[in-house]
Design a protein around this ligand. Sequence first.
Ligand code: SF4
Length: 280
Amino acid sequence: MRDVHVDQIAETIARLVQDANFKLEQDVTDAISRAKSLEEAPVGQAILLQITENYTIADTERVPMCQDTGVALVFLEIGQDVHLVGGSLTEAVNRGVATGYKEGYLRMSMLNDPINRVNTKDNTPAMIYTDIVPGDQVKVKVDCKGGGSENMSQLKMLPPSAGWEGAKRFIVETVANAGPNACPPLIVGVGIGGNFDKSALLAKKSLLRHVGAPHPDPEWAAREQELIEEINKLGVGPMGLGGTVTALAVHVEFFGCHITALPVAVNIECHSHRHKEAVL
Ligand code: SF4
């Protein structure tokens, strides 16, 4: 067993949420560069240039690239040979988020209660996802996810007879309905199968894939390709002002499901895809 102190996890998260808001990872900037070469509409091209300029300013001046600095999604892959010491993991994660958001002067967007709606003033609670994996390390992945794109996400329990064509229709319609509200160009995360909650989690986790990397199964990679072609035919374009690039990537993850079910979840991520990771 290897001891990992939860304070290390808190300190790492405090750093990652700031870095994520100030500087995009290479996979996202590469995807935007590809979009610039593909975008045919002059207005779309102009928006992509402005988006790139905004990224450069955020990086150079260490200021947030968007006013919505997001809800902190924290994905922990904990090696089964790790012994977490020093206190509660959940408290440590939230301490890290609170410290990072305060130190970085990031906007506090979280409420204590969805109906009473009092701001917690430290951007907690974080959304925490844990997986137990082989090994003696802890991988910490952070995604600071904007509310606008999350709000345009959808989940539907389709009848099995809907098949791939029905699933595809629902996914493309979800992006069409999102229009400009999710700040395209988008990364579209799709979860198919499992059950109600599993499909949503698959969609969420698919967003963590290297942007634009195809599914390892060629059949599913071909379906991703079908989807991005259909989505980019919608003409929504960068920031919804029209154009040929509505999505930077479509990532699909699947899981086995019950004979009566065909759950499909679409989790939409905006172009400000702020993710970082570290290994402890
Ligand atoms: S959807 Fe993304 S880019 Fe748009 S306001 Fe929210 S965080 Fe910012």
